[in-house]
Design a protein around this ligand. Structure first.
Ligand code: PLP
Length: 489
């Protein structure tokens, strides 16, 4: 007699060996990091802005699966939509055949893009991951322009497939992978003169940029994106706006570019979405391109499948996307991101602004950074220098670790060699959650102002465990000095 599949029984029989399985079969180095920094809680459930462990402890999730959980975890409406899709026995993935749900989602997405029809991106290519979509966009740009060159920004993050990695300006991700795409040029973010120099030879297929850089939460100057779009038009380069992290409500608008005039004074040629579109359930990404680009990519029936991917338009992903958009709209989560984001940012400025180590609090909506800088007072300066000599990515762990262990709040360092903490919680975050977060951050930041003090012990602890330079970041910044690598200090 066959045994029925029972997920609960299976999970119960593995209630305590999650870390061991991870260590043995998935990534022992990462398992080591999680143990060392105290991020190895045994979560059993997710609910809205919270994760819940096997002892019933609730954790406020300000990392949000690297900005995936816009609508919160396990949103009942999205869950129900997916159950409906499964129960409907949809004709999923006909391969060569008509996909039923993708046209509906494509129409909705195009409807969200600001700007006039005919002048804005309005053809959609679906994929699963963000980097996969970036690769597709780069390929579209090369085909449409007949050029090879690609321009990207310092500190950009566009993903880790070979194409996306070639335009990722966080070079630590590139180490060891050999030659990437030829013809890429890196320019400083917010630097229009360098961009023009890079575009002037008229050999660049695309300029790819995040409206707000994820690594560090770097904001553009008010006119940067508009002027960059103009320069791209002037030199025949395709302007790709990577809204994978910022898109669909994170900053209080459907597209972060809208804060800077997108749809009114300029339009990207291609805009990319992913993360939040998944509803937190099914990986999905979308490349929205202007019609003329699309026509060049798929000029004839012979070329109709030139860029494609097996799971691209799968029904569960499309339904997750449709339901996620429904929830974002119905629950006015963009408005909530603005209101709670402003409340949190202003509150943090008041609570933390007076601390010597705090340099700046910045962001848009619920994408917020707290940047720290070298203090003035002697003892703190010594402690700061010591920690930075040990490793330039270490300081923020002195806040992230107690935030987790003492306050049960997940947050992340915004990237390698950055003294920046980043908050990207689900957009369902309430003012009460924000109050809890502000109080906890204030306690942890205050603790760093006592030297000697336990907060500064973090360096010793991490270097003893050889996880220096580990800065969890969206896209999974890797632990680079895990055991096995020689210690550098
Ligand atoms: N682009 C941006 C702006 C991102 O933030 C990310 C991921 O964090 C990516 C691209 C890559 O997406 P994925 O990790 O799904 O490949």
């Amino acid at each position: 007699m066959s045994t029925p599949f029972n997920l609960q029984t299976l999970l119960s029989s593995h209630s305590t060996d999650g870390l061991a399985l991870h260590e043995q079969f998935i990534n022992p180095a990462m398992a080591g990091v999680l143990k060392t920094i105290g991020f190895d809680a045994r979560y059993v459930r997710g609910e809205g802005a919270y994760l819940i462990d096997d002892k019933g402890q609730r954790y406020l999730d300000c990392l949000g699966g690297y900005a995936v959980f816009a609508a919160g975890r396990n949103h009942p409406v999205i869950k129900d939509a997916l159950k409906q899709a499964i129960d409907a026995d949809l004709p999923n993935l006909p391969g060569i055949g008509l996909f039923r749900t993708s046209g509906i989602l494509a129409q909705e997405l195009v409807g969200l893009v600001p700007g006039n029809a005919g002048d804005k991106p309005e053809m959609v290519f679906f994929a699963s991951g963000g980097a996969e979509a970036v690769d597709a966009a780069l390929k579209q740009a090369r085909i449409a322009t007949g050029r090879k060159g690609l321009v990207h920004c310092t500190r950009s993050y566009h993903g880790l497939t070979m194409g996306a990695l070639s335009v990722t300006g966080n070079h630590e991700f590139r180490d060891g992978f050999g030659e990437l795409l030829a013809g890429t040029v890196e320019v400083a973010f917010n630097d229009l003169a360098s961009l023009e120099t890079a575009l002037a030879p008229r050999d660049k297929a695309a300029f790819i940029v995040e409206p707000i850089q994820g690594k560090g939460v770097n904001l553009p100057s008010a006119d940067y994106l508009r002027e960059a779009a103009k320069l791209c038009a002037k030199y025949g380069t395709i302007f790709i706006l990577d809204e994978i992290q910022t898109g669909l409500g994170r900053t209080g608008r459907w597209f972060a570019g809208e804060h800077f005039g997108m749809g009114t004074t300029w339009n990207p040629d291609i805009v990319i979405l992913a993360k939040a579109l998944s509803g937190g359930f099914v990986p999905v990404s979308a490349v929205l391109s202007k019609r003329w680009i699309h026509t060049k990519v798929y000029p004839s029936m012979n070329h109709c499948s030139r860029i494609q991917t097996t799971f691209g338009q799968n029904d569960l992903a499309m339904v997750a996307g449709l339901a996620a958009l429904h929830v974002l709209r119905e629950e006015r989560l963009l408005e909530n991101a603005t209101a709670v984001g402003d409340y949190l940012m202003n509150g943090l400025r008041t609570a933390l602004g007076g601390f010597e180590l705090v340099k700046e609090i910045r962001g848009k909506g619920l994408m917020i950074a707290i940047e720290f800088a070298r203090p003035r007072s002697m003892a703190l300066k010594m402690a700061w220098d010591m920690l930075h000599k040990l490793d330039e990515s270490l300081f923020c762990q002195a806040i992230i670790m107690p935030l987790m262990s003492d306050h049960h709040i997940l947050a992340q360092v915004a990237g390698h060699r950055l003294d920046v903490i980043k908050l990207i919680p689900p957009l369902v975050l309430t003012r009460q959650d924000a109050d809890v977060l502000m109080a906890a951050l204030t306690t942890c930041v205050a603790a760093c102002h006592r030297f000697p003090g336990p907060a500064w012990e973090v360096g010793k602890k991490l270097s003893a465990a050889a996880v220096r330079r580990f800065s969890p970041g969206e896209g999974g910044a890797p632990p680079r000095a895990v055991s096995g690598e020689p210690a550098t200090v």
